[in-house]
Design a protein around this ligand. Structure first.
Ligand SMILES: [Zn+2]
Length: 493
């Protein structure tokens, strides 16, 4: 079996031998993974798979019944085990495993456990056994182990190792195929729940639109901001570029960082952060997809809020660092001092920054410094989804950005912002998303309520009727599309 680019299982014609594994460059390592042997445990009447001799001598790792240690070959990567009943490899440490599962749920929409079970089941069938034999590796009552039990265990262990190799290869495929704009588009599509296809398409087109993106020409030997500039006419500007800043994760304990923010025990800090935390709870507290993804992210992340002393206007920032293996991710969100700016912009700012966190956390690691102006539009759309689903209006921030744009435009100042579409485009992001998402949410709720009422009455065809009405585009949505197209064609506003 193999996995194709859509995550579907492709059946392999013959099972590759573990000894042919070319993905283990070091002979020592290859020796280790190859050396999985079965040892019979007379106490439990089961086979235990051990990775190599040294692992079999390590009696310190407590093995549960039906857990088969796959490898623990270095100190960096935590030990893993495979459960033959489920076919799933897991960290021996339960906490590490929990975080790993949360991360997986966040990153992948397909079910990795079902996938591995299917590999295991098909492997058994290919060996001439049946999928019903899965997990039957001995008679636990009598301790008797037949040749069939032994074959089943061997088949499953080989498939577990195969699945691990598959995972590695799938990661390689992702590396080759990852496209930032597609990643943002797919994610935003997930968060635009219940919208008509037309309205959604018009909204998502804003992420990769050239109207919103300024086509930065990137200097290869970039050493400071001045080397980033807008591509001239006929010049080949790159829409997606590398933003070195994303590599740097702030050291919140450094003197330099501390000098920019209020002390965490100050009134200023507490005032802003307590409001942010109230909102965060609402954002992660409903059953929309964006809220559930945020909840999963927060469960495997440590989040720190800081309030900047030097920001005079509504503003925010987000830094994300993925935890290696079992560690938690780290998220640092900086906010403006609400005592200076007022509360109105906070929902939009916080939701937008969390939109960045959702984006970064669901990218493959190598792509974490990739950037485009559309990343800001994505965070606006995702932030609006977070707010709307929590019953919060995020437009205060957009109002500020729009007014700032109007003021600059009126006085003939440069309205463009570094690494971001201008304030007018950002205002539109929020207002359009808010309009469409509020409508879709109301519609979803109406449908649910109607279903409930009809259910109580015993009417069965209620869902078909109401969902039919839901997909019919409204007139003003069509206007929205046309307007967006016209604006793009005219190349301005
Ligand atoms: Zn942003």
């Amino acid at each position: 079996m193999a996995i194709d680019e859509y995550g579907q299982i492709i059946r392999r014609s013959s099972r590759p031998k573990t000894t042919d594994d070319e993905n283990e460059p070091q002979p020592e390592k290859a020796e280790k993974s190859r050396g999985v042997s079965l040892e019979f445990d007379p106490e439990t009447g089961e086979f235990v798979a051990v990775a190599d001799e040294s692992a079999s001598k390590e009696k310190t790792v407590k093995r549960e019944k039906r857990d088969y240690i796959l490898h623990s070959d270095n100190n960096q990567k935590p030990a893993e085990k495979v459960n033959l009943e489920s076919g799933e490899a897991a960290y021996v440490d339960e906490n590490l495993q929990k975080i790993r599962e949360l991360r997986r749920r966040l990153k992948s929409r397909r079910d990795p456990l079902a996938y591995k079970q299917e590999i295991s089941a098909l492997g058994l069938e290919e060996t001439g056994l049946s999928r019903e034999d899965m997990g039957k590796n001995g008679d636990s009552r009598t301790g008797k182990v037949t040749e069939k039990h032994r074959q089943t265990a061997e088949s499953q262990i080989e498939d577990a190792k195969y699945a691990m190799r598959e995972e590695r290869e799938a990661r390689e495929t992702v590396r080759k195929k990852f496209k930032l704009d597609e990643h943002l588009d797919n994610l935003a599509d997930r968060y635009c729940e219940g919208m008509s296809e037309e309205a959604k398409a018009a909204l998502l087109a804003r992420i990769s639109s050239f109207e919103g993106n300024k086509k930065y020409a990137v200097n290869e030997n970039r050493s400071d901001d001045s080397q980033y500039r807008i591509a001239g006419k006929g010049e080949d500007g790159r829409r997606i570029y590398d933003l070195d800043e994303l590599k740097e994760f702030p050291d919140i304990n450094s003197d330099e960082f501390k000098s920019k923010v209020y002390a965490p025990d100050s009134d200023e800090h507490n005032y802003t952060v307590s409001r942010a935390k109230e909102l965060l709870e609402k954002f992660a507290g409903n059953d929309s997809k964006v809220s559930q993804d945020l909840k999963n992210l927060l469960e495997c992340s440590d989040i720190e809020f800081r309030v900047r002393q030097d920001w005079k206007y509504p503003n925010g920032s987000c830094a994300f660092k993925e935890g290696k293996f079992g560690e938690k991710n780290k998220i640092v969100i900086c906010l403006c001092d609400l005592g200076k700016t007022g509360d109105e912009a906070l929902p939009g700012i916080l939701a937008h920054e969390l939109g960045h966190a959702l984006d970064f956390s669901q990218r493959p690691g190598f792509a974490r410094t990739q950037y485009m102006d559309g990343s800001e539009t994505f965070a606006d759309i995702t932030g609006t989804a977070l707010a709307v689903n929590a019953g919060v209006d995020p437009r205060g921030f957009a109002k500020f950005m729009g007014q700032d744009y109007d003021k600059k435009a009126k006085s003939g100042q440069d309205t463009q912002m570094l690494y971001s579409p201008d304030g007018n485009y950002r205002r539109e992001n929020f207002y359009l998303a808010f309009r469409e998402m509020s409508w879709a949410k109301q519609n979803r709720e109406k449908t649910m309520l109607q279903d409930k009422i009809d259910g109580l009455r015993g009417v069965s065809s209620a869902r078909e009727m109401s969902s039919g009405a839901q997909t019919k585009p409204r007139e003003n949505v069509n206007n929205g599309v046309n307007m967006a197209v016209v604006r793009q064609q005219n190349g301005g506003r």
